[in-house]
Design a protein around this ligand. Sequence first.
Ligand code: PLP
Length: 436
Amino acid sequence: MKFYSTNNTDLRVSFKEAVFNSMPQDKGLYMPVEIPRLDDKFINNLDGYTLPEIAFYVAQNLLGDDIPADDLQAIIEDAINFYAPIVKLEDDVYVLELFHGPSLAFKDFGARFMSRVMSYFLEEGEKQLDVLVATSGDTGGAVALGFLGVPNTRVTILYPKGKVSEIQELQLTTNGQNIRALEIDGTFDDCQALVKQAFTDIELNAKYRLTSANSINIARLIPQTFYYFNAYAQALKQGKTKVVFSVPSGNFGNIGAGLLAWKMGLPVQQFIAATNANDTVPQFLKHGVFEPKPSVATISNAMDVGNPSNWIRIANLFKEDMSELNKLIAGYSFTDDETSAAIQAIYDRYKYIACPHTAIAWQALKDYQQDLHVDDTAGIFLSTAHPCKFPDVFPSEIAAHVEQPEQVASLQAKQKHTVALGKDFDGFKDFLLKNI
Ligand SMILES: *Cc1c(COP(=O)(O)O)cnc(C)c1O
């Protein structure tokens, strides 16, 4: 499969090049030149396959012969080694739990697959790959745990001091081996600015083979299609052939992957883009104007994105046919108060505890089902993170019932290692140059 840039449809690069570059020089995003339509026989019989089998079939159709079948199979079995169950909460309301991986967030799918693909493409004798990643919490954990122990790679994570939760910080700082964490005295934007500047620094680029691991990498998008197919497979097992997906959205990579799955033939009646107060996309769907804004801070902070970079990919999927896009995607946005009320309502109704991002997707689904009176359609909302990662948002009655998965218990026994740095570039550069 070849990839083009959303800024230059004539460009052609290999999968390997797209993965290592992350972003084309022209600052567009990579997209597959052709999106294969999967065999109807496969789609209609999805319920006969396991998640790794589905993942292999989908990836092989997308990637063609970029990775030989045996190698691709090995990458997938190693990367996608946890479950993504749908859990029934009431008639036609299911939650797709994407938080059973090592970092307890859906970003594990993308990060684990990408790290293994990068490692696969690194050739013997090549320079070590230095991954720089800025995180507001979830990305860093998934990338750290994804690359942990992957040969010939090193990861440097920058996170804002005091702005990640305790579990997130443990996930960033207790790894050792090829992972190092930098606590930056600044905001997430400061962390991101440092990483961006490093990529344009001549001296650093001469010395190191730098790459980014952010969410726009095509190798993170592809594995996120797998769980949409797998969720549909589980709906089929429950006798449902019609599904709606409600996706808590920030940078729009997750829902973008769902739309890619739809383009490959997955029958989805409707996608719901559920956001917090950062409502650039719901506003666009309502008024037809895409107007990026500075992000505002909310309690669902992994979705605090005012200018979602993956939106351009979605627009490209629809080749500017905005009427089809408008039919397929419905937008809903919620305030922090509404998010808290949704967390409480989910707990009261089902005794289920949803993280704030997940709660937004539930509320959007409920509003949609009420607005549209859809019968006989399985509404599936995506749960993007385990609630234990966001302990501060829950009232004490709910907080007392949040379970601690085994991943957390083992973290708490480990030693934190982090280097504190200011937000000036010189200090960061100095650290990189001195710590070879
Ligand atoms: C990253 C993240 C999101 C947003 O996903 P996008 O792909 O950026 O839209 C939602 N919820 C959680 C918990 C996240 O970590």
